[in-house]
Design a protein around this ligand. Structure first.
Ligand code: NAP
Ligand code: HSE
Length: 434
């Protein structure tokens, strides 16, 4: 199914003619005028982001918000309302959604698509929960749905792989998908204050979700990971089925110990699939210094795709109102300037059956009254260490590959036998195969 948006905007380039002619106005209905929505409204009217060269001028015509009386920057939109009917009464060419959450975003986005109005969204909760259904509505009504900003907001790659199914054949991904948690862990690694202080900074900078527990619990990354599993693995899985560990389980001392071994602790999202079985995990993990994601710090995101044609890696800005707004506006430009606007057909996807945590090496932290033969003690529970070092009151260890069940049983046994504190996170290291 194809449709044409803003026909007047589509211009055939003529050799030697620099100006493509007057721009068509693209009237945009904006759902949400928070961190992302207001950055989008500012960028849309910023002359330096002009799309005149491709023949259109974005103009925010109306914005739907929860509290219209809230003080906001001036001139963000001619109409700012909490009345859905007033919003939908405005003639718009395209809707940009930056509300967050599943409801009422799903209702409002479906309503726009069902009227044939293209939608561009940054909302990964919405796409993780209802992406297929919304794509079907878009195709049925001959219009476009784009969500490049929903995953790794400043790294344009989702749409590319959606339109290239052979390139998207992959067996797994390893990624940093949440900018806020990477920002917090990087601040702790730099000795830059407390967890709470770093989270407050991430909120002030507009990186965090409206509910920041989504960031620090790993739930936001899990939503993004399910979008990637669907794209690269052709498997549908609910975000709630992805096993999560919160980044609050690690502290500055752990970060220093990781750095002393040339690596870093990063908020990793991993998935690998075979037939309909998935091995997946979101949580803090030790990343060895030679891994592509070891030096992806701050609000940056990165992904390593185990593609059939060879490993591919993308790194770039992961969050922030300005980068997100720019990606949204690029999606708008793509929808407006493509003469035949397609919502890619949903590929054949299957429901995932099992979802289990992958085996890996482990980075262990042991504290308290530890016996001198702690390596032997771990060995007696089937856990073999490739590195072990005392740092102050703690001992850190890197282990060979072990199942999550085995490592947790061993740590439980060490705690019971010695009264020591014992915790571990997965480790992505080359020495794992011992
Ligand atoms: P935000 O600052 O909390 O803004 C949300 C906006 O939506 C506000 O304007 C709010 O109205 C409005 N809103 C919320 N619920 C509403 C409802 N029921 N009815 C009408 N309006 C409602 O959130 P944000 O940080 O901009 O994030 C928006 C979306 O972008 C989320 O899906 C997020 O995951 C996604 N995203 C964010 C980033 C980032 O770096 N922050 C990056 C990529 C994607 P009021 O202003 O009146 O409260
Ligand atoms: N809160 C999200 C993050 C925004 O920090 O990654 C980008 O999706």
């Amino acid at each position: 199914v194809t449709t044409t948006v803003l026909d007047r905007a589509v211009r055939v380039p003529v050799a030697g003619v620099e100006h493509p002619g007057p721009s068509a106005i693209c009237r945009i209905g904006l759902l949400g005028l928070g961190n992302v929505g207001s950055a989008f409204a500012r960028l849309a009217r910023d002359p330096s982001a002009s799309f005149a060269a491709v023949g259109f001028t974005p103009a925010v015509a109306a914005a739907l918000v929860r509290s219209p009386a809230k003080p906001r920057g001036s001139d963000l939109a001619p109409l700012i309302t909490d009345d859905r009917e007033a919003f939908f009464a405005e003639p718009v060419d395209l809707v940009v959604e930056a509300l967050g959450g599943v409801d009422p975003a799903f209702t409002l986005v479906s309503r726009a698509l069902a009227r044939g109005i293209p939608v561009v969204t940054a909302n990964k909760s919405l796409i993780a929960a209802h992406g297929d259904e919304l794509s079907r509505i878009a195709r049925r009504h001959g219009t476009a749905l784009r969500y490049e900003a929903a995953c790794m907001a400043g790294v344009p790659f989702l749409g590319t792989f959606e339109r290239r199914p052979l390139a998207a054949r992959a067996s797994g991904v390893t990624a940093i998908l949440n900018g806020t948690s990477n920002y917090i862990l990087s601040a702790l690694a730099a000795g830059g204050g407390s967890f709470a202080g770093a989270l407050a900074d991430a909120q002030r900078l507009g990186y965090a979700e409206p509910d920041p527990s989504m960031d620090i619990s790993g739930a936001d990354a899990a939503e993004k990971l399910t979008i990637l599993i669907r794209l690269f693995g052709r498997l549908v899985v609910e975000p709630a089925r992805i096993p999560l560990d919160a980044i609050a389980e690690v502290d500055g001392e752990d970060m220093s110990a990781a750095a002393a071994w040339g690596g870093a602790i990063r908020p990793l999202a991993r998935a690998a699939w075979r037939d309909t079985a998935i091995r997946a995990h979101v949580g803090p993990a030790f990343v060895g210094g030679t891994h592509a994601l070891a030096h992806v710090a701050g609000v940056s995101n990165g992904i390593v795709i185990d593609a059939e044609r060879g490993t591919q890696c993308y790194i770039g800005p992961g969050a922030g109102p300005e980068v997100t707004a720019a990606t949204l506006l690029d999606d708008v430009a793509e929808v407006v300037t493509e003469r035949r606007v397609r919502t890619p057909a949903c590929p054949v996807v299957e429901a995932a059956t099992a979802v289990t945590v992958p085996d890996s090496a482990w980075f262990l932290r042991l504290g308290g009254a530890l016996p001198s033969d702690i390596a032997d003690l771990l060995g007696s529970y089937g856990i073999w260490c490739t590195r072990l070092e005392r740092r102050g009151a703690r001992v850190y260890a890197l282990t060979c590959s072990a199942t999550p069940a085995r490592i947790h049983a061993a740590l439980d046994a060490v705690r019971a036998a010695t009264g020591a504190d014992a915790a571990g996170v997965p480790a992505i290291v080359e020495e794992a195969s011992c």
